[in-house]
Design a binder for this molecule. Structure first.
Ligand SMILES: Cc1cc2nc3c(=O)[nH]c(=O)nc-3n(C[C@H](O)[C@H](O)[C@H](O)COP(=O)(O)O)c2cc1C
Length: 182
């Protein structure tokens, strides 16, 4: 079981969300957390589209999330909300899949105008699964370079990211879930 589960809701093969999440995973590994990355694009599409609650892949994902000490949920903004692909995955999880788990929400978008998609779409979704959301991170496409090892090229966003990660780690430690995750 991994300490932290990182979920990418992007269906894209060359995903900015995925690149940022990979980078956050590496920063957390440096702090000695073990990480499991889950990407909706790697889940069998027929399980997602036909709502296969009995899928072995979905059951394993569900088990890993419920045993984790912290979760990061990332999604691109699609039509002013999280991606439909992310929703098809989260729909298959138990109602309280994020219960008592600190969750860091993260979104990437092309427009500053959809900054509040975190507040109006992603956080309510996390709350419906009983997760405790941190403030969250929003990246504009212009603040990311998918070719770079550290894809966050905007200084201010990078500072904000490191601050949020620090708070995420503090919340994980306070939640006492680390022992269970080991
Ligand atoms: C189908 C689709 C819908 C999108 N809708 C929005 C939107 O409503 N608002 C926005 O700011 N960006 C929108 N975008 C831009 C993406 O959110 C943005 O490029 C994001 O970084 C893509 O992330 P990814 O590379 O991880 O898939 C949309 C992109 C696509 C492909």
């Amino acid at each position: 079981m991994s300490d932290i589960v990182i979920i990418s809701g992007s269906p894209s093969d060359f995903s900015g969300t995925g690149k940022v999440l990979d980078y956050l995973g590496r920063l957390l590994e440096r702090e000695h957390f073990s990480i499991r990355h889950i990407a909706v694009k790697d889940v069998p599409p027929e399980d997602l589209i036909y709502g296969n609650f009995h899928s072995a892949v979905i059951k394993k994902i569900s088990c890993d999330i419920q045993g984790a000490a912290g979760v990061i949920v990332g999604s691109p903004v699609y039509k002013a909300a999280y991606s439909g692909a992310l929703k098809t995955l989260l729909d298959l999880l138990p109602q309280d899949a994020f219960k008592n788990i600190p969750v860091l929400p993260l979104m990437t978008g092309g427009s500053r105008g959809h900054l509040l998609a975190i507040e109006f779409s992603l956080k309510p979704l996390i709350a419906s699964l009983k997760g405790k959301s941190l403030q969250g991170l929003y990246f504009l496409d212009s603040q990311i370079d998918k070719q770079q090892k550290n894809p966050i090229i905007d200084e201010e966003s990078l500072l904000r990211t490191k601050k949020q990660l620090h708070e995420f780690i503090e919340d994980i430690k306070k939640s006492n879930r680390l022992a269970a995750a080991l």
